[in-house]
Design a protein around this ligand. Structure first.
Ligand code: MG
Ligand code: MG
Length: 261
């Protein structure tokens, strides 16, 4: 069952989404060698709660201990923040943030560089970011969920990198995970229709060496089976009559890159 949102509900969702966009910009300034993932988590929680009515969704969700998920290098998703996990020069770190504000959820992830990274790592980040951009462009009325996955596949094809197939995007609204599932692969023109008012979290996860994954003994952290690096970019996107609208963009991103704000 698809929950379609009215234009005024999408406005409400944008107010929460903008908090994540601003938080990611703040985190970018704070990610550097020596900082712990616990430090970043504490900053994120305080930042989110400093906005009236906003709470971090992931805290306590299914028992997750952090306010946000912080995944380093071969960790793909659901990394647990820790004061003993310090970032090192050349690492990459993904901060996946869910915010609930006035009952509406939004969800967005970015992968950050820690200091200088290798050229292969740069390429991984670039391909993943481009995959998200291409996928977002497909979020228009009349298209289908398969168009989103096909756009991710088209971007990654020929790069030698691997799409993580077992983890998918999702509808989002009153709940953080709603129908439909939004896979990072698919065939153009197939799958659930993207009706005006549908809001989805689009989230390509791309790895250097494999598409196979496993969960560590902590019960949370999902890693690449070969321990190669993986990157993850995610935005919450509304399908509107005017095209895709990125609810978790910063005001600057929305103004600068054609994101319909
Ligand atoms: Mg997320
Ligand atoms: Mg998500």
């Amino acid at each position: 069952m698809l929950e379609l949102k009215s234009p005024s509900e999408i406005e409400e969702m944008t107010l929460g989404g903008r908090i994540i966009g601003a938080l990611h910009d703040e985190l970018e300034e704070r990610v550097r060698p020596g900082v712990s993932t616990g430090d970043l988590d504490a900053f994120a929680e305080e930042f989110i709660r400093s906005h009236d009515g906003a709470v971090p969704i992931f805290k306590g969700l299914y028992g997750f201990p952090g306010a946000v998920c912080i995944s380093v290098n071969e960790e793909i998703v659901h990394g647990i923040p820790s004061s003993s996990r310090r970032l090192r020069e050349g690492d990459i770190v993904t901060v996946d943030v869910g915010v609930k504000r006035e009952g509406w959820c939004s969800d967005s992830a970015r992968t950050f560089r820690v200091g200088r990274v290798s050229s292969e790592t740069e390429q991984l980040l670039e391909v993943t970011r481009r995959a998200l951009e291409a996928a977002i462009a497909q979020a228009t009325p009349g298209n289908r969920v398969g168009d989103i996955g096909a756009a991710v596949m088209g971007t990654v094809e020929g790069t030698g990198f691997h799409i993580i197939r077992d983890l998918v995007g999702h509808g989002i609204g009153r709940k953080v995970h709603e129908d439909p599932q939004v896979p990072n692969l698919g065939r153009a023109g197939e799958g659930t229709p993207l009706h005006e008012g549908l809001v989805v979290a689009i989230e390509p996860m791309i790895a250097v060496g494999t598409d196979r994954i496993e969960t560590l003994d902590d019960g949370w952290t999902v890693v690449t089976r070969d321990r190669s690096l993986s990157a993850h970019y995610e935005h919450t996107v509304a399908v509107t009559a005017d095209g895709p609208r990125v609810l978790t963009a910063t005001v600057e991103q929305a103004a600068g890159s054609g994101y319909n704000s």
